[in-house]
Design a protein around this ligand. Structure first.
Ligand code: 13P
Ligand code: SF4
Length: 373
């Protein structure tokens, strides 16, 4: 197959570099992606997270939240390559859950997650040791949000813990309390707090662990009394939504409804009518009575697409300022085309792999979660 960059550059190179793709016009990128998809056929599956831009999202075989994508991508029989249009931790999860011969490709390696970067293995291990010396770790269950690196998933796997997503955090936390008296939850404090409070835990049973401070900034007494210890991480995209945005929307549209992602602060979640994962947000809106007007507190691309594609509902972006996930949006048509054309030619670029012990223990932690239903 002659590819667009070969045409554009007039040259054929093996294991082609990215140079040249960025300058291609939109129509050429679109046609190139379609042609490469056709050439790959059922050998490759493209997964698209709800936050992706349209020009990428429309090429996905499966779309969904991070958990749904990981499940559906690995369920396709006979697939050789999974091209993950999402962020790094999602591609790692797909690799851990899929057979070793399947390659998982992240079209741009810069597509990370700033929240996942707020907790690393060294910091979490140091926290665990401090907690061992202060309150002991026998009854302490570590829970990592799926938005975390594979070595942290392996850490929780080794230490009797589990992974959770924004769709199953309550079930996972309830499971943790059947195994111990306390949970260490990282890296997103807001998902952890929202889940714990919704389960009926008292606010003073929840403390925050700041990795920059001794004992995370807590007294030994506070740690002894705590049921949930939250890592001081957050998502900058969801921190943009404020309680006053909900007030302003309600003042303007008294009949309107508000739905937000659990990475939003407690103050925002408390004012909302509904809260859940990206998939849950879409289902909530689509199943609401025709004509319902919604304000939505999650990444812009999801809200914008919903608004355009669902004529029965009106979706407003909750914040007056536009905010998108800049790392997720590193995946653009040039990178997608580059990754696909390399696959067509037998070159797997930007392969994401998790190996050895980490793969084993991260899988244990993921399977514990999947086993909870
Ligand atoms: P979901 O699992 O709800 O898709 O969330 C992923 C994410 O990164 C939200 O910021
Ligand atoms: Fe990470 Fe936030 Fe982007 Fe989700 S929206 S991928 S949590 S930075």
């Amino acid at each position: 197959m002659t590819t667009l960059v070969q045409v554009a550059a007039g040259a054929v190179r093996a294991g082609r570099p990215f140079d040249g793709y960025a300058g291609l016009p939109a129509e050429a990128l679109e046609a190139g992606i379609r042609a490469a998809r056709e050439a790959l056929g059922r050998r490759a599956v493209v997964l698209g997270h709800h936050y992706q831009r349209d020009e990428v999202f429309r090429h996905a075989d499966f779309t969904g939240d991070s958990l749904k994508l990981a499940r559906e991508g690995i369920a396709v029989e006979g697939v050789e390559h999974i091209v993950f249009c999402g962020v790094h931790f999602m591609a790692e999860t797909a690799d851990i859950l899929s057979p070793p011969e399947v390659s998982v490709v992240l079209p741009d390696l810069a597509a990370g997650c700033s929240m996942a970067d707020m907790a690393d293995l060294g910091q979490v291990s140091a926290c665990w040791e401090e907690l061992a010396d202060t309150v002991g770790t026998d009854g302490l269950v570590p829970i990592t949000y799926i938005n975390s690196s594979a070595d942290l998933k392996a850490f929780v796997g080794r230490n009797g813990g589990v992974v959770c997503t924004s769709s199953n955090a309550a079930r996972v936390l309830a499971w943790a309390f059947t195994r111990g008296q306390k949970a260490l939850f990282f890296p997103d404090q807001h998902l952890g707090r929202n889940t714990a409070l919704d389960m009926g835990l008292a606010p003073d049973a929840i403390v925050v662990w700041d990795p920059a401070l001794e004992l995370g900034g807590n007294t030994p007494e506070a740690l002894a009394a705590a049921r949930v210890i939250l890592w001081a991480g957050h998502c900058s995209v969801h921190m943009m939504f404020l309680p006053e945005h909900v007030d302003a929307f309600r003042a303007r549209y008294p009949d309107g409804k508000v739905v937000v992602h659990p990475e939003c602060t407690r103050e925002v979640v408390e004012k909302a009518d509904a809260c859940g994962s990206t998939e849950h947000i879409l289902k909530t809106i689509r199943s609401s009575p025709k004509g319902t007007r919604w304000a939505v507190g999650t990444e812009f691309h999801l809200v914008d697409r919903l608004n355009r594609e669902d004529p029965d509902h009106e979706a407003h972006f909750l914040s007056p300022t536009y905010c998108h996930c800049s790392t997720m949006n590193r995946i653009d048509p040039p990178h997608l085309l580059w990754a696909l054309e390399n696959l067509v030619e037998g070159h797997v670029v930007n392969r994401i792999t998790v190996e050895g012990d980490d793969r084993h223990w991260a899988r244990v932690a993921l399977e514990r979660m999947l086993g909870l239903g």
